[in-house]
Design a protein around this ligand. Structure first.
Ligand code: ZN
Length: 497
């Protein structure tokens, strides 16, 4: 049986976001485990919808001996601090160097990591691993759907495989598929590899695979591989990254140059052919509040307002207040909002206790320009320690540690606050403090797309709201400087410059 080393280092970097990802950010648990090293990796990821978990389960079912390395992930944010990238890379390499007679290395990567000193951080990490293990050890990595796959990554890895869903409900499945691919590559290495980039960026909210055109495009990508092709993937990319590698790509590995060329060419042409079908429908704040006023208020099918531009799953800080203030002013009974990142408010609520009234300047902690706190007297409805398990299809099995949390009320609105920021993509984040999302009439969520996995089925209607925030829904509004000149900043947009 092949001896396989398993590790991971995941970060989705919004190079426009102000806060960097520090070593402490990778060490702290959130919905996913904090930095783990060695055998504790197995227990840390067990049962969670994570690629490493799916890979480990599949490998163990086959009886493959696994050598655990370091694994970590941090919330999307600005560039990864130099110290964090170097320390974590060093851990992975030290653990690899200590492992003897390896046949293969599996890495659970994101593919859109940018460090302070390295634009293509995933490519750099793969290069260091390759230098250490040499040409005869196979390297396979799984990548996020939002990977900005670089030519270097494709050149260095023996194969790459990506998620096929957004919301990412198939992360563990992708890990299992990575094991199957690795087994194949161990028997028969792939001499042929091809990466073809697309000439336009795709907004995050237009990448949802529950909607067209992505649903059909991913169906095409999921067809069984033709003979001579070992893996084929469409990576829509993470647009908020001012690096040369930013953008969607189609990537394949295989044995037959013509089969690989045909597969990549056909999927690439299909994406190009759908350029005009990628919509970007956003409501302004006033329009959103008007829709909330008109929503019929029957429980069981809330109007969901996605505060996408402050999504902490894409580099936002979950603390802007413009949409929240407008909803509070409208005073619509049954409004539920979350999850707001405000450690001070959570601490004050805990100090005051359940049932107490407390004066708070809520939100706007990260000082995004133009944002101010929502200062008011709030009632502390419920408190929580922030420790609970994810129950939705995306955060399934995640052992959350969000620090002290509280459910606050203000007029007709209830607001969930947490000490650590986390995208509102699981109903457990609300139920933990006694709020039942399905009973809300209006549900404001700090999320772009991932919320649809757990909240979509109950939604009466979903509206993406363009309230101010650090993660513009339209990439054409980002001040890029390093993209190739031919790159269109959104589907159908004029060329860059
Ligand atoms: Zn992603």
């Amino acid at each position: 049986m092949a001896r396989i080393a398993v590790g991971g280092f995941q970060h989705e970097t919004n190079t426009f976001a102000s806060l960097p990802a520090t070593l402490a950010d990778f060490q702290a648990p959130d919905a996913w485990p904090g930095l783990v090293r060695g055998a504790e990796l197995f227990d840390a990821v067990r049962g969670i919808n994570l690629p490493a978990a799916g890979f480990i389960d599949e490998a163990r079912a086959e009886g493959s001996p696994l050598i655990p390395l370091a694994w970590c992930a941090a919330q999307p944010s600005g560039r990864v601090a130099r110290e964090a990238f170097e320390s974590i890379s060093q851990m992975l390499l030290e653990d690899l160097a200590a492992a003897s007679s390896l046949d293969a290395v599996y890495l659970d990567l994101h593919g859109a990591m940018v460090a302070e000193h390295v634009d293509d951080a995933d490519g750099e990490l793969l290069a260091r691993v390759r230098r250490l293990v040499g040409r005869d050890v196979r390297i396979v990595a799984s990548l996020d759907f939002h990977a900005n796959v670089s030519p270097r990554m494709v050149e260095i890895a023996d194969a790459l495989i990506g998620y096929r869903t957004y919301p990412h409900v198939d992360m563990a499945d992708t890990g299992a598929r990575a094991f199957v691919l690795l087994r194949e590559v161990l028997q028969r290495p792939c001499p042929v590899r091809l990466r073809r980039s697309l000439p336009f960026l795709i907004p995050l909210t237009s990448q949802c695979t529950l909607l067209e055109p992505m649903r059909s495009l991913m169906e095409q990508a999921e067809q069984p591989n033709p003979a001579g092709v070992a893996s084929l993937g469409f990576f829509p990319g993470f647009p908020a990254a001012d690096v040369a590698e930013c953008g969607p790509s189609v990537v394949a590995f295989g044995h037959d140059p013509r089969a690989v060329e045909r597969a990549v060419g056909s999927l690439h042409a299909a994406v190009l052919g759908q350029e005009a079908a990628f919509g970007l429908e956003l409501a302004g704040v006033e329009e959103a509040v008007e829709l909330a006023r008109q929503h019929d208020g029957r429980p069981g099918h809330p109007l969901i307002l996605a505060d996408t531009q402050d999504n902490p799953g894409a580099g936002g800080n979950a603390d802007t207040t413009t949409l929240l203030k407008a909803l509070v002013a409208a005073d619509i009974p049954g409004t539920l909002a979350g999850v707001l990142w405000d450690p001070e408010a959570a601490a004050r609520a805990h100090a005051a206790g359940e049932g107490a009234w407390v004066d708070l300047a809520l939100g706007a902690r990260s000082a995004f320009p133009g944002e101010t706190p929502l200062a008011a007297r709030y009632r502390v409805e419920r408190l929580g320690d922030g420790k609970f398990t994810g129950t939705g299809p995306f955060y399934r099995g995640g052992r959350f540690e969000l620090g002290p949390m509280a459910l606050l009320s203000l007029g007709g609105a209830r607001i969930v606050v947490a000490t650590r920021k986390q995208q509102a993509a699981d109903q457990a984040m609300f139920r933990h403090v006694g709020a039942e999302p399905a009973e809300a009439t209006v549900l404001m969520l700090k999320s772009s797309v991932h919320f649809r996995a757990d909240f979509g089925p109950m939604a009466g209607r979903v509206v993406l709201v363009e309230a101010p925030g650090p993660n513009p829904a339209d990439p054409a509004r980002l001040p890029f400087t390093r993209l190739p000149p031919a790159m269109r900043l959104r589907p159908g947009a004029a060329r860059l410059r």
